[in-house]
Design a protein around this ligand. Structure first.
Ligand code: C2E
Ligand code: CA
Ligand code: CA
Length: 741
């Protein structure tokens, strides 16, 4: 058969092998090839090569296929010989491939390369890279030699690789984390947008550079060192923190992770850098650790820094000798300022106090805001106790001038009380400095506010005594060993009992009677005072209710209950009182609450609020111990008490000197002018009684009539008059001071 070079029908894609009717055999192939010797040589090559070798004739019919070709096309050569080669081409790109073959067939002597896809009868698709050589004019071949290589796997691999590369490229370019590649000499090969943004340079400015131009000068050495460490094999992957100098001049801190990529021989090909700007994070950490050591309002050291300094101070006094002193400063009535002026002024005041303390202390020593309104000052290396006292005086003096704030017109007085503990090289490490300073502070306060006290071991004994006492008080309260006694209040001048003051009594099984002056201040430092208050209110209301039932005809007596600051300012005071009145069916007008000026002024806004609620329900207020507190007339007018109780000191002093007598007179007259019922406390003698009657004092109370007695005895006094007891005096009085009453 002769090849017809130009017969396009041979390449007609629609032609089918069945139409052809010819099925060539190997003998045909040998015939086409023309030369048996050539054929067997070709066959030998075809058998041994890993390439695909096939031969088609000018009509595109299969003449020969080596074993690889038979495998790829999925047919034996016996079946394939004489069939149309296009049958084995994939229909999807058949046209393109037919055109390729047609071109080769039409131009004898040419050779062309093409990638083709084949489809075997069983549906197997392969990709081949083929080189087709037109040897139609070669008498020994007379055909088109197709030499192909199966690249299916390789292509798949490449496609996969491309996908991986694409994913990687995206991961790199779109990564939020700044990333870069650099060659083995640290010259930048690629950077992502985040990297450019971080350092403020464009990609073009960065490419080919090493990081030196935008590294903070001090950290260039560090960068080189890490490069060296990996290059030398000392480390494989390194992380370090370095500073960059951005294009805009800003210095940033960055955490860098440097990993090398190596070839099969372990040579470093390039470096991959992944970085993180930690500038803000570092700032925050620094801020937090500052906050962890310093007080946020005053900027002074805080408790935890003070503890560290104390530990150091304890160690250093052992080495250096001398004295160390710890001053615990407690602001007097700071809470009052906070409540009346608001927290902003309160904070400003704390800052003001801190600055004043700073001005009179050594910067090398530690000044700390211990919390609330307490400050601590640790002074090291003092030489004598008189040094310590000097420091305490300086600290107190620093607060002598009142504080002025721009936003409020008034000047604020703020004083402090100081407890000091002093220790030296010989003292034990076990001393609880803070506790001792606190004990000394307590003593100083007891002495008088605005003073200082140095800790002495005897104070500690007192402190532990107090501690024990409070435990015992707690137990006694729980066991009902506290009882409210009642001291009669008489009216003047006939000394008839018109009311009682409830006074708490504690009989301790071992200690005997414990005076209220000893346990009330203790209870006030704990929550026990609230329980005592509940007991007092409950007992007083119950008793007054019983008295009024027992003597229905007479005007029933009222009852006074002492309230301490904590109780008066506790939110459930009013509900508690209402419940007691309701339960015992006592008219509110029969209950009077005794508060001191200190209690009222302490938290004035809240006080006024509580007072108006009490007034609404009809409960009266008595101002206790009048004359011993601030006695500010403006406060007095605002509190507007039903009764003013003149402190017993005025009553008792009045008999001693004319000057004191004038003082008593002035106080009683003041009350009368304000239209408040005046009550004189601590009336012990007829003389005092007479004087009070003369001054026009309305009520009196004191041992002259009766001390506080248990409820059972008090009941018997209801309606009684002590006139006989004071009869002769009253007689004297009526002779000298006629009265209209
Ligand atoms: P206070 O309210 O000024 O009570 C009057 C104190 O003077 C009472 O002392 C009373 O026994 C005493 N006294 C009465 N008449 C005379 C007298 O003629 N001469 C002298 N020298 N003293 C007289 P007491 O009972 O020892 O109470 C002391 C303080 O304890 C009270 O002072 C009061 O502040 C507080 N207190 C007593 N009971 C309670 C209570 O139930 N609750 C609260 N919060 N405090 C109470
Ligand atoms: Ca009282
Ligand atoms: Ca009193």
């Amino acid at each position: 058969m002769q090849a017809n070079d130009n017969d396009p029908s041979l390449l007609d894609a629609s032609a089918s092998p069945a139409d052809d009717g010819v099925t060539p055999t190997r003998t045909d192939a040998a015939q086409i090839i023309g030369d048996a010797e050539h054929f067997s040589m070709l066959e030998a090559i075809g058998q041994s090569t890993t390439d695909l070798i096939a031969i088609i004739d000018a009509q595109g019919l299969v003449v020969y296929g080596n074993p690889i070709a038979q495998k790829v096309f999925g047919v034996t050569i016996e079946d394939a010989a004489g069939t149309q080669a296009r049958l084995y081409l994939h229909p999807d790109d058949l046209e393109k491939n037919l055109r390729f073959f047609a071109e080769v067939i039409q131009t004898p002597g040419t050779s062309a390369r093409q990638e083709i896809r084949t489809l075997s009868p069983s549906g197997d698709v392969r990709q081949l890279e083929v080189v087709c050589t037109n040897l139609l004019n070669d008498p020994s071949i007379h055909g088109i030699i197709i030499n192909g290589r199966d690249v299916t796997e390789q292509n798949e691999y490449l496609t996969r690789l491309q996908a991986v590369e694409e994913r990687f490229r995206l991961a790199f370019e779109e990564n939020m984390a700044p990333m870069s590649f650099a060659d083995a000499d640290d010259h930048i090969l690629a950077v992502n947008d985040a990297f450019c943004e971080m350092v403020g340079f464009s990609r073009a400015e960065l490419m080919g550079q090493d990081s030196t131009p935008f590294t903070y000068p001090d950290d260039i050495g560090l960068t080189e060192a890490t490069h060296q460490r990996v290059m030398s094999g000392e480390a494989d992957h390194v992380r370090y923190v370095k500073r960059y100098l951005r294009k805009d001049g800003q210095v940033i801190e960055v955490e860098v992770s440097r990993s090398p990529a190596r070839d099969a021989d372990d040579n470093i090909l390039y470096f991959v850098f992944s970085e993180r700007d930690i500038t803000e994070e570092r700032k925050l950490t620094a801020q937090l650790s500052h906050q962890a050591l310093f007080d946020s309002i005053t900027g002074l050291a805080n408790r935890s820094l003070m503890e560290t300094q104390l530990t150091k101070a304890r160690a250093s006094v052992k080495r250096r000798g001398g004295l160390n002193a710890l001053f615990l400063l407690d602001l007097d009535d700071f809470k009052g300022v906070n409540d009346t002026q608001g927290h902003l002024i309160g904070d400003e005041l704390l800052i003001g106090v801190a600055r004043r303390f700073e001005a009179v202390t050594r910067p090398a020593d530690t000044l700390c805001r211990f919390g609330g309104d307490e400050f601590l000052y640790l002074a090291e290396g003092l030489e004598s106790i008189s040094d310590v006292q000097g420091v305490a005086r300086r600290l107190l003096a620093a607060l002598e001038t009142p504080f002025h704030f721009l936003d409020i017109a008034i000047a604020i007085e703020q004083h402090a009380t100081v407890g000091v503990v002093v220790w030296g090289a010989d003292d034990s490490d076990d001393i609880d400095l803070l506790q001792n300073a606190d004990v000394a502070l307590y003593e100083a306060k007891r002495h008088h506010r605005g003073s200082f006290a140095l800790y002495e071991p005897s104070m500690h004994e007192e402190a532990s005594h107090r501690f024990m006492l409070i435990q015992e008080l707690r137990n006694s309260l729980a066991q009902g060993e506290l009882e409210l006694y009642f001291q009669p209040i008489v009216r003047l001048p006939d000394a008839r009992v018109v009311g009682f003051e409830g006074l708490i009594r504690w009989y301790h099984p071992k200690r005997g009677w414990v005076p209220p002056s000893e346990f009330i201040p203790l209870a006030e430092r704990s929550e026990l005072i609230i329980d005592i208050g509940v007991l007092a209110i409950e007992s007083a209301v119950a008793a007054a209710s019983a008295w009024s039932r027992e003597s229905p005809d007479a005007e029933a007596p009222f009852v006074c209950v002492n309230l301490s600051a904590k109780q008066f300012h506790s939110s459930n005071l009013v509900p508690l009182i209402e419940a007691a009145l309701e339960f015992h069916q006592l008219p509110a007008s029969k209950l009077v609450l005794e508060i001191t000026e200190g209690v009222a002024i302490f938290n004035f806004g809240e006080t006024m609020n509580t007072l108006s609620r009490l007034e609404r329900i009809g409960v009266g207020v008595a101002l206790d111990d009048f004359g011993t507190g601030f006695s500010s007339l403006s406060y007095l007018a605002k509190i507007n008490p039903r009764i003013i109780k003149v402190d017993q000191s005025f009553v008792q002093l009045a008999s001693a000197s004319p000057r004191d007598a004038t003082l008593l007179e002035a106080i009683v007259t003041l009350g009368l002018n304000l239209n408040v019922t005046m009550l004189a406390e601590g009336v012990e003698t007829s003389d005092q009684f007479v004087r009070l009657v003369g001054l026009g004092c309305a009520l009196a109370q004191g041992y002259l009539f009766s001390p506080a007695v248990p409820n059972s005895q008090a009941s018997e006094m209801v309606d009684r008059d002590f006139g006989a007891q004071v009869a002769d005096v009253a007689w004297d009085f009526s002779n000298t001071h006629p009265t209209t009453r």
